[in-house]
Ligand binder design. Structure first.
Ligand code: ZN
Length: 293
C-alpha cells in the first residue's frame, strides 16, 4: 500500500466513524423524544387505565355504591359546575337526572316495567297508557276512585293492618286520568303561576297518579298537618311492609323535584319498598341504578 492509498483508507475510516456517530446520536435523540425506555411508545388501553387509576376524582366516584359507569362524563361535568358537592350527592343528583333542567331530556316511561314503572320530570307516560284499574271500595276511600289491581290488593292489606293498630287511613286521590291531571295543572298555574304549579303538581303525562299506583292519604282530623299525625308515623314505620313508599320525602326535594308530600304513597312491591326504606334513597335513584342502568 503506497502513501496515497493509505491516506485514502484513513479518510474512508474517518468518514465511516463520523457516520456511525451521527447514526447513534440520532437514535438516542428519537428515544428521548418518546420519553425513554420506561414509557410505552404506543398509548394503548393499558396506558389509559393507568391514567384513570391516577385520577383521584374518578377513583372516588367509582367507590360510591350507586356509581353508574355510563354516567361518568355527566358526574365529572356536574362536579365541574358544583365543586362544593360531595361525591355521594354528585352520584345521587346525576342518577336522578338533576344535572338536567326539569322537563328536558325526557324519555318515555317503559310500560314493560309493570308496577315498577317510573314517572317523573324526565320520564313521561305514553299518551295511551292504560293501567289495569279496579274500583276502590268505600271502606278504603273518600269519594269514588280507581286503583291499579295489584297495588289495590296491597293497599287494602295495609289499611286493614293499620286499623288493627287503631289507625284509620283514608284515600283522597288514587288514579287520575291525563285529562284530570291537565285540569289540575292548569288550575295551579292560574292560581299560583307556572313555578308554583310545577313545584306542587305534575304536568299532564308526568303524574304518578296516572299509573293507578299512587294514593294520597289523609286522616279524619283535617286540622292537623299530616306529617304531625299518628297516621303519618304509622305509614313511615309500616307502609314498606305492604309495598308502599313515601315517594316525595323531606330534604329530597332537589332530587324528586317535588315539595315534601307526607300524604303521597306509591306502590313498588314489597321487596323494592323494603330496599328503599332501609337505604334511604328515592325511587328515582333506585330506578336509575337497578332498572334503567
Ligand atoms: Zn299524590
Amino acid at each position: 500500500m503506497n502513501r496515497r492509498e493509505r491516506k485514502k483508507l484513513i479518510i474512508i475510516i474517518v468518514i465511516l466513524l463520523v457516520l456511525t456517530i451521527i447514526c447513534f446520536s440520532g437514535v438516542a435523540l428519537l428515544k428521548n423524544r418518546n420519553g425513554g425506555d420506561d414509557v410505552p411508545v404506543n398509548p394503548g388501553n393499558e396506558n389509559n387505565e393507568a391514567n384513570e387509576a391516577l385520577d383521584p376524582v374518578v377513583a372516588a366516584l367509582k367507590k360510591e355504591t350507586y356509581f353508574i359507569e355510563s354516567r361518568l362524563t355527566r358526574y365529572l361535568d356536574y362536579i365541574k359546575n358544583n365543586p362544593d358537592k360531595d361525591m355521594e350527592e354528585v352520584i345521587r343528583s346525576v342518577n336522578a337526572n338533576i344535572d338536567y333542567a326539569f322537563y328536558t331530556n325526557e324519555v318515555e316511561s317503559n310500560v314493560n316495567d309493570g308496577t315498577l314503572i317510573i314517572v317523573n320530570k324526565f320520564h313521561k307516560l305514553p299518551e295511551d297508557y292504560n293501567p289495569d284499574l279496579v274500583d276502590m271500595s268505600s271502606a278504603y276511600t273518600y269519594g269514588s276512585f280507581k286503583m291499579e289491581r295489584t297495588a289495590y290488593e296491597h293497599y287494602k292489606e295495609m289499611c286493614d293492618a293499620a286499623a288493627i293498630d287503631g289507625i284509620h287511613l283514608y284515600n283522597v286521590s288514587a288514579y287520575r286520568s291525563y285529562e284530570r291531571q291537565e285540569y289540575l295543572y292548569n288550575y295551579y298555574t292560574k292560581t299560583g303561576g307556572k313555578d308554583y304549579a310545577d313545584a306542587t303538581s305534575a304536568r299532564p303525562g308526568y303524574s304518578e297518579h296516572q299509573t293507578g299506583l299512587a294514593s294520597d292519604i289523609i286522616t279524619s282530623d283535617e286540622d292537623k298537618h299530616f306529617e304531625n299525625t299518628k297516621e303519618y308515623a304509622w305509614l313511615i314505620a309500616n307502609s314498606y311492609k305492604y309495598g308502599f313508599i313515601l315517594r316525595y320525602p323531606k330534604d329530597k326535594e332537589y332530587i324528586t323535584g317535588y315539595i315534601f308530600e307526607p300524604w303521597h304513597y306509591r306502590y313498588v312491591g314489597i321487596e323494592v319498598a323494603k330496599y328503599i326504606y332501609e337505604h334511604d334513597i328515592t325511587y328515582d335513584e333506585y330506578y336509575a341504578y337497578f332498572i334503567e342502568k
